[in-house]
Design a protein around this ligand. Structure first.
Ligand code: NDP
Ligand code: OXD
Length: 314
């Protein structure tokens, strides 16, 4: 009975140490060294190479060390075992911190103030509207969207959400599905995107959508903030819409190609803020504790707390 760690992009060492401490009765092995394939019962993964989870005859469940499972579901060879993702307060709080920070920076015109400081300009004219006059629309109102919307509302913003079902745990007005999208966009000054990347959401952030955002807001034009996935965004449309004023500015944590290539025009664009897909990194300390608990539940014959609906894609 062994746990296979198959981690790419992130350093593996802290995860190995953490899982070995949390699961002393299991052997914890790395996919990047030789291991006994029939002994593997669970696999804890982040961006495993496609095809690397085949040939594990006793595998019972795959546990994703992050929230989004898009990379896994693109693997046509993914074994048909239970798939569980991470839903953890540490990850949720990090994401909400990042979203609230980016919205407050737009509200308080931080980039413009920094530019004024660089010019030694006492820019009293760079004042801010009241938060309650700024309408934020959160696309994707699941675990992360609901938490961000709740805290943005606490900060005084006028917040609404959009999701497939229209259901959420946040106490904000909701818009649902295709029918709800246009009215949602029409009352949105800052579009916060926390959708999963699925065939339905691929390329959803495009010119046609940006053109439906409110144009009578207090920020000088619609602002895009995307921390969902790069596959949601049409990057050529974002650049063109920034250049022709359809968008006021964009804050992007995720990109179609990561790391963002050196030649990308996003790097130097004056209306773009970039963070390196670190709005909500998985903390080995907290996330391994969550995943170890899911393994214990599964071993006890109980459902795990965040099993993925593979048909739905999230
Ligand atoms: P959840 O599954 O809890 O929530 C997903 C939300 O998106 C739900 O409200 C769901 O609607 C909605 N949704 C999905 N598909 C559609 C659609 N086609 N149309 C409308 N609404 C849709 O996910 P999380 O909140 O935990 O995470 C969201 C995403 O955030 C992850 O998938 C990942 O891509 C990204 N992420 C990014 C991180 C980063 O560091 N940048 C870190 C962590 C996550 P409904 O409720 O009706 O089903
Ligand atoms: C995640 C991520 O999905 O970090 O957890 O992107």
């Amino acid at each position: 009975m062994s746990l296979l760690l198959n981690i790419n992009v992130w350093p593996e060492k802290p995860w190995l140490a953490r899982f070995r401490a949390l699961l002393p009765d299991m052997e914890v092995v790395s996919a990047h060294a030789a291991f006994d394939r029939p002994s593997i019962t669970y696999a804890a993964v982040w961006k495993p190479a496609h095809g690397s989870l085949v040939g594990l005859p006793n595998l019972k469940a795959i546990l994703n060390l992050g929230a989004g499972v898009d990379h896994l579901l693109l693997d046509k060879t993914l074994p048909p075992v239970t798939l569980c993702r991470t839903v953890d307060q540490s990850l949720t709080s990090r994401m909400t911190e990042w979203i609230v920070m980016q919205c407050l920076m737009k509200l308080r015109r931080v980039q413009e103030l920094q530019a004024a400081q660089a010019r030694r300009a006492w820019a009293k004219e760079l004042n801010s509207p009241d938060a309650h006059t700024v309408r934020i629309g959160v696309m994707g109102m699941g675990v992360l969207g609901a938490d961000a919307a709740t805290k943005l509302k606490m900060m005084g913003f006028d917040v609404a959400g959009w999701s497939n079902s229209g259901r959420t745990t946040a106490d904000v007005p909701m818009f649902a599905g295709k029918a709800g999208l246009d009215p949602f966009l029409g009352r949105t000054d800052i579009l916060v995107v926390l959708l999963p990347h699925t065939p339905e959401t691929d390329d959803i952030l495009n010119r046609a959508l940006f053109q439906k955002l409110a144009r009578d807001g207090r920020l000088g034009g619609p602002v895009l903030i995307n921390a969902g996935r790069g596959g949601l965004q049409n990057e050529a449309d974002i650049l063109a819409c920034l250049d022709d004023g359809t968008l006021h500015s964009a804050v992007l944590d995720v990109f179609r190609t990561e790391p963002l290539p050196d030649a990308s025009p996003f790097w130097n664009h004056p209306k773009v803020t970039i963070t390196p897909h670190n709005s909500a990194d998985s903390d080995p300390e907290a996330v391994a504790r969550y995943i170890a608990r899911q393994i214990r539940l599964h071993q006890a014959g109980q459902p795990m707390e965040s099993e993925v609906n593979v048909e739905r894609g999230y």
